[in-house]
Design a protein around this ligand. Structure first.
Ligand code: GLC
Length: 855
């Protein structure tokens, strides 16, 4: 049956080149529909008080964007807010409690004002804001000083202003500092200026581009190759508001299994079972914490997806079981290209049932990837997604824990760059899962950018179905807006260059601002030969990024952390150990990402809006609210300049405390990078573990606090708070309330020369009961010596004569020593040699309070 692609053929030659004058053709509660004489429709609708959608649709274009990116259709938004619509002589006004949208009658120019903010926040240029010249273009004002953030996975620095960025998923190796586009397309722009943010999500899957003041320094021009101009504006005012709204629209990440937050080891080059066993042996012999080993394309039989090479991997189930005993899981790569081979069931089935992307004449579209000649599953059809999903049984039955999707831009070797992909007229869909108005076949031009997203969806749902009740782990290279709902993202084929280490920070930060919190780069670099120093610096930095995986290409120098001598190995090991110590904090950040879309890695100005110096910092980030990470990204560098925003900051390993805002040179010997914690705030830490499986045993947690200095206290009260979120780490029960969450707050004060700390625990919410019987506070760097009084729940606590090793210095696999007074009642211990107070209290269920006073 020929596909109905009539609309697609008419994508060019619009009858008029601009919009207007307009007349109203419909107005409902929260929607304004306007039209001009040429049939161009302009629609404005309010989805939330601070979220509006604008659609500009020439008559010749297909009516609706297929909403694969959206997690919630309009009907699922709370409509319980007032909207006022008014027609005036020069146009229309739509008013919500948070913003006012004006549409000019003559030109269709849209201007958005936010309540309490002088002048518009987002404003079309007044003259011909929309142009139709083959591409459909929209121009908005870009005020001087505004940063252009987000836009997904791009090369370069944090602020993308001055560049033209394309949305077209592309497999490109190697990529340079200005290479564009890469593997992901997330057309979500965050504009930030003087502490105020707004966002624009272009809801269009065709190739599009964002000219961020490159052609005209004061103008943002968005151009789309097909479809309609369909975009959402989120008004802010904070970065958090903008990203939160965006992830309400496109979804948040699900809670990952806890093992996925550990360290992972990968290489394209573990060719046989013996290589994998030897790797596991080395990891454990050298006591390198690790949770997962990746199998690249060599495990397959002739690169046929969903097969095992019988000679090189004769018994995958046994392998998986043996690794599981060492606390290691297997993640296998799955590429979309299906080998053309009549004897191969995946190919045969797909062919018989018509499940592959087809040429306009209806025959399967052919290209080439690793297996040679290939065809591609048509993920735009729900039937194909389900069929593909079922094939994962081959891997899961063997004990595979997670799936790694690659080459899903999709990449084709037969079609060299600049396309490197399927022909634009290849045919996909329709998707029977979509609402009727979105059910249509489409050209690759429209389907290309969502190919990775839909493959991710198929994979995620397959894992959910094949292993009910267990959280899936999917990693992907390609994606579109919304990819966070299904997969973690790694930034593809970087190189073992210092430049790419430097780029990792800005790249991951912008992905986080684009709604994708679970992100990482190949640690050590994929192509090229890494040096020991580069690998060490990379491991140090990446230990503080959400997804932490060492991966490299075939025929490059092996880059496991022990390949460069004992010194480098010991340093890398120490940072991987720190990664595991930080898990209680990090896992809580994942929960924040899962519940509110909050990025795990944040630019400094996320927590310090209006700090102009922070806006210029490209080479640091905040991991959650309390840790500041300043990686070393140049060879030979043993000191670096660090910018510290407002507040007192304490170096995690050096006896250094600094008062921000300030730039300060900080020592960075090879075995350290500057990492600072905010003085006085609680930081949940755990013990040293070889893998996350060891942690479930007793869930021991230490609440670390670096005491503030008297100088900082003299400037005002110090303190802060954090959540501590815990659950079983693997099931979906957390969705039904089986989690434990509590707020932990510290307040420090200096009154009459006496220093005091009040640490409050909120009630434990949720049904999950952590297994630990005790909770520990570790107050470090106390310059006042031994405390005069410690009270728990208002009752005096006795000092203990016995020393106690604080949790972060314990090993998770060692049973906790519960002898001595510790076992019976709350107690504290002053470690004079380290100026450290350790207080141990029974794990409370309800609210609880610790008071410490120093003379
Ligand atoms: C692609 C991936 C890379 C992988 C290789 C072989 O280049 O990006 O990570 O190792 O293919 O599968």
């Amino acid at each position: 049956m020929p596909d109905d692609l009539s609309h697609a053929a008419a994508d060019d030659a619009a009858p008029s080149t601009s919009v207007g004058p307009l007349r109203a053709v419909g107005a409902e509660m929260r929607r304004l529909v306007l039209e001009d004489r040429a049939g161009v429709r302009l629609e404005v609708s309010a989805w939330a008080p601070d979220l509006v959608r604008v659609v500009v649709a020439p008559a010749s274009r297909p009516p609706a964007t297929v909403g694969w990116a959206l997690a919630r259709p309009e009907s699922q938004w709370d409509a319980g807010f007032p909207v006022r619509l008014e027609e005036r002589r020069d146009g229309w006004v739509l008013v919500t409690p948070s913003l006012t949208v004006r549409v000019a009658r003559a030109s269709g120019a849209v201007s958005i004002e936010a309540a309490g903010h002088p002048g518009p926040i987002a404003e079309d240029v007044p003259d011909r804001p929309v142009a139709m010249d083959g591409r459909l273009r929209l121009r908005k004002r870009l005020p001087t000083g505004a940063l252009c953030l987000g836009l997904g996975e791009k090369t370069g620095w944090l602020d993308r202003r001055g560049r033209v960025l394309e949305m077209w998923n592309t497999d490109v190796l190697p990529h340079m500092p200005d290479t564009d586009p890469l593997y992901q397309s997330i057309p979500f722009l965050v504009v930030y200026r003087q502490g105020r943010a707004w966002g624009l999500f272009l809801h269009n899957t065709h190739r599009s581009s964002f000219d961020l003041g490159a052609t005209d320094p004061e103008c943002l021009e968005i151009a789309v190759d097909g479809g309609v101009l369909d975009y959402f504006v989120m008004a802010g005012p904070t970065l958090e508001d903008v990203v939160h709204r965006y992830t309400e629209l496109t979804g948040t990440m699900p809670m990952p299994p806890r093992w996925a937050v550990g360290f992972h080891q990968s290489r394209w080059g573990y060719e046989r079972e013996q290589d994998v066993r030897a790797l596991a042996h080395e990891l454990r012999r050298r006591r390198i914490p690790c949770d997962a080993i990746y199998l690249d394309i060599d495990y397959m039989d002739g690169y046929r997806v969903f097969t095992w090479d019988a000679e090189r991997f004769p018994d995958p189930s046994r392998l998986a079981a043996d690794l599981a005993e060492q606390g290691l899981r297997i993640v296998t790569i799955v590429d979309p290209g299906v080998k053309i081979d009549p004897d191969y069931p995946v190919y045969r089935e797909g062919l018989e049932q018509g499940l592959f992307v087809r040429k306009p004449d209806g025959r399967p579209f052919e290209g080439a990837v690793w297996p040679g000649p290939t065809v591609w599953p048509d993920f735009n059809q729900v039937a194909v997604r389900r069929w593909w999903g079922r094939w994962h049984r081959v891997l899961l039955d063997a004990g595979v824990a997670g799936i790694w999707n690659d080459m899903n831009e999709p990449a084709s070797f037969r079609h060299p760059l600049p396309t490197g992909t399927l022909d634009l007229d290849a045919v996909h869909g329709p998707d029977e899962e979509r609402p009727p108005e979105e059910r249509r076949a489409m050209r690759h031009a429209e389907a290309h950018n969502v190919y990775g997203l839909l493959m991710g969806q198929a994979t995620y749902h397959a894992l959910l179905e094949l292993r009910p009740g267990i959280r899936p782990f999917v990693l992907t290279r390609a994606g579109f807006a919304g990819i966070q709902r299904y997969a973690a993202v790694w930034t593809g084929d970087n190189s073992s260059w210092w430049e790419h280490l430097a780029m990792m920070g800005p790249q991951l930060l912008n992905l986080g601002l684009s709604g994708v919190a679970f992100v990482g780069a190949d640690v050590g670099g994929f192509t090229g030969h890494v040096t020991g120093e580069l690998l060490t610096r990379w491991t140090q930095a990446a230990a503080f990024t959400p997804f932490f995986r060492n991966h490299s290409a075939k025929n490059t120098r092996p880059q496991e952390v022990w390949r460069f001598g004992e010194e480098m190995e010991a340093i890398c090991r120490e940072f991987i150990v720190w990664r595991y110590r930080l898990l209680p904090y990090l896992y809580t950040l994942f929960w924040e990402a899962a519940s509110r879309g909050t990025p795990i890695m944040r630019p400094l100005f996320w927590h310090h809006p209006g700090d102009e110096a922070a806006e210029r910092v490209q080479d640091e980030w905040l991991l959650g609210p309390h840790l500041l990470v300043a990686p070393v990204t140049r060879p030979g560098e043993r000191q670096r300049l660090v910018y510290l925003p407002d507040g007192e900051w304490v170096h995690l390993w050096q006896p250094v405390r600094l008062q921000g805002p300030a730039h300060a040179p900080v020592e960075a010997p090879l075995d350290q990078i500057p990492v600072f914690v905010r003085a006085g705030v609680p930081l949940p830490l755990g013990p040293e573990a070889l893998h996350t499986g060891e942690l479930t045993r007793d869930g021991r947690v230490s609440l670390g606090v670096a005491a503030p200095s008297s100088t900082a206290l003299a400037r005002g009260d110090v303190g802060g708070w954090t959540w501590l979120y815990e659950d079983d780490g693997e099931s979906l029960a957390y969705r039904e309330g089986d989690f434990a969450r509590r707020r932990i707050e510290t307040a420090w004060s200096l009154a009459g020369g006496r220093l005091s700390l009040c640490a409050e625990l909120g009630p434990r919410e949720g049904r999950y009961v952590p297994r630990r019987a005790w909770l520990e506070w570790v107050v470090d760097r106390v310059d006042r010596g031994r405390p005069a009084a410690v009270r728990w729940q208002g009752e005096p606590v006795e000092p203990s004569g016995e020393a106690w090793t604080p949790v972060p210095e314990q090993r998770a696999d060692a049973a906790q020593a519960l002898a001595g007074p510790w076992a019976k009642r709350p107690a504290w211990w002053w470690d004079a040699s380290r100026s450290r107070l350790v207080v141990r209290v029974p794990e409370p269920t309800g609210p609880a309070r610790l008071d410490v006073e120093w003379a």
